[in-house]
Design a protein around this ligand. Structure first.
Ligand SMILES: Cc1ncc(COP(=O)(O)O)c(C=O)c1O
Length: 387
């Protein structure tokens, strides 16, 4: 072969002698076939081969299999963000005239997707309060195809009865889909509670290192088949580099969650005793309105909490600006502790009435407790609260 051909084709492909311990990053857009019969076998579903990375990639599949087994699901599908997972699920499962019953206390991106974008294509949404979600059977009508909800909920960490919503949905022929991001699959396993499909912003606990944006859906293969088709058409797939990072992050999920759980409880207990604090919202505290429910359906309470420092938005801003160990940033679920103010992030622009409806005050700060020494986190909160 001449030089131009050698440098292009010389060292491509797999090494027959290498048996890697870790999953290699299959940084390839396309995959080789030996013959036309080989391609035909792929097309007819008689082959385990890969064709094109938008349809599937071994590095992505390896991380998907791990998440499927964590959730006890038939399959999992990774996406380029949590929002891509949500949008592809809704577009893959719904048609014009179908209704989604959605918790009003939901991630803002989900709410806007339903209210502002999918509404333009004839998909109807009904937003339900927590009180209404306590009687899910009353919410599900003829047109309801999906009940979409979260538990625990941002930023108050209120919980809804996962098994009750799943059972009411199933009894009325609607699919239940939970955003399990705040809990993680180690603290809450919704499929075992009867939920059809679990969604995560993998950007948070599953990856855990605040360096990858990704999303996932986990559920029965037959149910997710139209979503798989939609993913091919919409193209919100995950890059193999990002899938590798997620596969690596997942290996420490168990030890990370154990530390998030214990740090979370330690910090929440300290905050609860501090007279300078108006309230602390953490489902692991006996004082939380949904503690009994959280104990029933969760095996750990995670690192997310919300603290009301009093003094209105000025009080929250003063506390926020004085933090030294907690980093001032949105997002959650990473190794480093973060603080954000709901009034400046998720609830930005909300009226006083909307805040009251969601149980949110201007003096609330949301904490994502990371893996640092809990005493350093407590010392930081202590100095930020000093008068
Ligand atoms: C609960 C929850 N669901 C979904 C999302 C959206 O995920 P992503 O940012 O990965 O698209 C987020 C992001 O903050 C979230 O907190």
């Amino acid at each position: 072969m001449r030089p131009a051909t050698t440098i292009v084709q010389g060292s491509q492909g797999k090494d027959a002698h290498a048996s890697p311990l870790t999953t290699p990053i299959y940084e390839t857009t396309t995959f080789l076939f030996d013959s036309a019969a080989d391609v035909r076998a792929y097309n007819e579903g008689r082959s385990e081969k890969f064709l094109y990375s938008r349809y599937g990639n071994p590095t992505v599949l390896a991380a998907e299999k791990t998440i499927a087994s964590l959730e006890g699901a038939g399959m999992a599908m990774l996406f380029s963000s949590g929002q891509a997972a949500t949008a592809t699920a809704l577009l893959g499962l719904l048609k014009a005239g179908d209704e989604v019953v959605c918790s009003a206390a939901i991630y803002g991106g989900t709410l806007h997707l339903l209210a502002d974008l999918l509404s333009r294509f004839g998909i109807l949404s009904r937003f339900a309060t927590l009180d209404e979600l306590a009687h899910p059977e009353r919410l599900i009508g003829e047109r309801t195809k999906i009940v979409w909800f979260e538990s625990p909920i941002n930023p108050t960490l209120r919980c809804v009865d996962v098994a009750a919503i799943a059972a009411a949905s199933r009894a009325r022929g609607a699919l239940s889909i939970i955003d399990n991001t705040f809990a993680s699959p180690l603290n809450q396993r919704p499929i075992a509670l009867g939920v059809d499909v679990v969604m995560h912003s993998v950007t948070k606990y599953l990856n855990g290192h605040s360096d990858v944006t990704a999303g996932v859906l986990a559920g029965p293969a037959a149910l997710l088949a139209p979503v798989d088709k939609a993913r091919r058409m919409l193209g919100g797939v995950l890059d193999p580099q990002a899938a590798y990072a997620i596969g690596r992050g997942l290996k420490t999920l168990d030890v990370r969650m154990a530390r998030h759980n214990s740090n979370g409880l330690t910090v929440a207990r300290w905050l609860e005793k501090d007279p300078r604090i108006t309230s602390v919202y953490y489902p692991g505290l006996e004082s939380h309105p949904d503690h009994a429910l959280a104990k029933k359906q969760m095996s750990g309470f995670g690192g997310m909490m919300c603290v009301d420092v009093g003094g209105g938005l000025a009080g929250a801003e003063r506390f926020f600006d004085r933090l030294k160990v907690f980093r001032r940033a949105a997002s959650l679920g990473g190794v480093e502790s973060l603080c954000s103010l709901p009034c400046l992030t998720s609830q930005w622009g909300h009226t006083d009435a909307q805040l009251a409806e969601a149980g949110i005050t201007k003096s609330m700060a949301r904490l994502s407790i990371g893996l640092e020494d809990p005493q350093d986190l407590i010392d930081d909160l202590d100095q930020a609260l000093a008068l």
